[in-house]
Write a protein that binds this ligand. Structure first.
Ligand code: SAH
Ligand code: MG
Length: 201
């Protein structure tokens, strides 16, 4: 089933999480054991389902009921497909799809999360970071996918229609690396993954 969801997304050119990025996140989640995750950019639910499977396996022996993934998707059709996929996987108690623009939804949230997966509009990453920091606590992990955006972010590339995205991804990198409350690594796997750990609240 998960392979079918993955293949369908790939066929439709939906930019789902890349295998090596997922593998890295698997290692992080196995080590850190986050319980509450917030994802920005559900698409059809592929990454959220993978995360839920990793976390539930993590807690197999402890039958941990508190794993919960909130995930926000702007596109109504994709969100509906995600809700269907999540039901088919029997994960409807673990993954909560919120339909709407993350820029509007985030300020309405107030609970703290153990981990964040930022994977929506690249031009909004600095706004997403600000909100993730507000919703984080000491030890929270903030992951940002596509942070190197096909290499554009690290090249002198700046005269293209993706200019705003590139500028904001650079801004995100600057903020996470300069923030003394964060410890950050930028990995050149997949389309680039930023991993920031909140070391001070
Ligand atoms: N995380 C998914 C892929 C997400 S693709 C996976 O790996 O399986 C990015 C998604 O972000 C798209 O479906 C797009 O509709 C959504 N998106 C873009 N801007 C958004 C916004 N401002 N708020 C919420 N979702 C957004
Ligand atoms: Mg992505």
């Amino acid at each position: 089933m998960i392979e079918i969801i993955k293949q369908k997304a790939l066929n439709e050119h939906i930019p789902i999480i890349m295998d090596d990025t997922l593998e890295e996140i698997r290692k992080i989640f196995i080590k850190e054991k986050p319980m509450k995750i917030l994802e920005l950019g559900t698409a059809t639910g592929y990454s959220a389902i993978c995360f839920a499977n990793i976390l539930l396996k993590n807690y197999e022996d402890e039958s941990c009921p508190s794993v919960l993934i909130d995930t926000i998707e702007l596109d109504k059709l994709r969100a509906k497909e995600a809700i269907d996929n999540i039901k088919q996987m029997g994960l409807e108690d673990k993954i909560n799809v919120i339909i709407g623009n993350a820029v509007d939804i985030l300020p309405t949230l107030n609970e703290k999360y153990d981990a964040f997966f930022i994977d929506a509009a690249k031009g909004k990453y600095p706004i997403f970071l600000k909100e993730a920091l507000r919703l984080s606590k000491k030890g929270s992990i903030i992951l940002a996918d596509n942070i190197l955006y096909k290499g554009y972010v690290m090249s002198d590339y700046n005269k293209h229609k993706q200019r705003t995205a590139v500028r904001n991804l650079r801004e995100y990198i600057k903020e996470v690396t300069e923030n003394p409350n964060l410890e950050t690594q930028i990995l050149e796997i997949g389309d680039g993954l930023a991993i920031s750990r909140v070391i001070k609240e």
